[in-house]
Write a protein that binds this ligand. Structure first.
Ligand SMILES: NC(=O)c1ccc[n+]([C@@H]2O[C@H](COP(=O)([O-])OP(=O)(O)OC[C@H]3O[C@@H](n4cnc5c(N)ncnc54)[C@H](OP(=O)(O)O)[C@@H]3O)[C@@H](O)[C@H]2O)c1
Length: 326
């Protein structure tokens, strides 16, 4: 099969198209003939050598795919050859074939192309777990989501609105802020010109945000404590401004905040299966009606994987970048 491998840690140019042996479906697994694969920021970190694949995962990058089931391993009961599926994979997505445990795959929602479907799993699994399970966001509460125009952010805005929450978001340009409002955000703050803490206070009559989804870290950590409501939950999913920070923890204590975080990739098949089954019950019907849908930025052919990473690292994208694998 054709696959994109990381020749050595480095810039986008180290991604190269190579021939690799086809993977085989083991017991409980699907072999997917991949038609499209999502590109995510963690793929760029892996390419740079900063995010190694967990033990047992392929070295080929790519955390989400959509395609057709080409073969099934022993004991598979939920899918058959020819089914259209999308899946969260621990690696190996940038390739013509990829294996996944059947419980970590979901049917492609009706009416979605392979490219759109490949843009679903990583952000929907991440947002569902971190905003709803870990953060416990409820209807009528306020979510503050940083990086609102990112793959993760565009999903968080739509899901939070679909479940009846108010949404405030930050983004790095007026165009990105407008895109967030177009997706339903009640307020979008250009963090380069405005103070998000003041905006959250204004928008919530001084109460603050109940849940904060943060991929920024650094100086945002202390400011998140300022922006949070009493009994607020701050969920950390990345540290684009740095993983080491100084913060005034008396705010955490006085407001009885919970500051938590998680990372999805290294979690067990069973853990991801539980998220998949909740998504199927609670979110797949919304995708089926297009109440929520991935925001598509650019689709690159597989032989332009390097360009897809450059696009992500330049930071002008809004929503998801996808590789077309044919
Ligand atoms: N923990 C997990 O399980 C998990 C799973 C998936 C992804 N993630 C993480 O979630 C983040 C988003 O992933 P993605 O694939 O959606 O990537 P993405 O689309 O590239 O999003 C990154 C976002 O961060 C914003 N940003 C970048 N640098 C910033 C800074 N210094 N200050 C403030 N904002 C900044 C960017 O836009 P603007 O600056 O222009 O607003 C952009 O919206 C990544 O860091 C990724 O590693 C974590």
């Amino acid at each position: 099969m054709k696959a994109v491998e990381i020749r050595e840690p480095g810039g986008p140019e180290v991604l190269q198209l190579v021939d690799r042996p086809d993977p085989q479906a083991e017991a409980g697994e699907l072999l997917i003939a991949v038609k499209a694969a999502g590109v995510n920021r963690p793929d760029c970190l892996q390419r740079q050598g900063a995010y190694p694949p967990p033990p047992g995962a392929p070295d080929i990058p790519g955390l989400e795919v959509a395609g057709e089931v080409a073969a099934v391993g022993a004991g598979v009961t939920s899918f058959s050859v020819g089914d259209r599926v999308c899946a969260l994979v621990p690696g190996g997505g940038y390739a013509e074939y990829c294996t996944v445990h059947e419980t970590n795959a979901l049917p492609i929602p009706a009416g979605f192309s392979f490219s759109e479907a490949a843009a679903i799993p990583e952000t929907y699994f991440t947002v569902w777990h971190n905003v709803f399970q870990r953060g416990g966001l409820k209807a009528a509460e306020t979510l503050l989501v940083h990086g609102g125009s990112s793959g993760i952010g565009t999903t968080a805005i739509q899901l939070a609105k679909a479940f009846g929450a108010n949404v405030i978001t930050t983004a790095g340009s007026d165009d990105k802020c407008q895109a967030c409002r177009d997706l339903g955000a009640d307020r979008a703050v250009n963090y380069k010109t405005d103070d998000f803490v003041a905006a959250v206070k204004e928008e919530t009559d001084g109460e603050g945000a109940d849940v904060i989804l943060d991929m920024v870290g650094g100086d945002y950590i202390s400011r998140n404590y300022d922006a949070a409501a009493v009994e607020g939950r701050v969920v950390q999913i990345a540290f684009l401004r740095g993983r080491v920070a100084e913060a005034d923890f008396s705010k955490l204590m006085m407001k009885r905040l919970i500051h938590t975080g998680s990372t999805l990739r290294a979690r067990s098949i069973n853990f991801k299966a539980d998220i998949a089954s909740e998504l199927r019950r609670k979110v797949w019907p919304l995708l089926g009606k297009r109440t929520v849908a991935p925001v598509m930025d650019t689709i690159f052919p597989i032989d332009r994987a390097a360009a897809s990473h450059s696009r992500m690292e330049e930071g002008d994208h809004i929503g998801k970048i996808v590789l077309d694998i044919g």
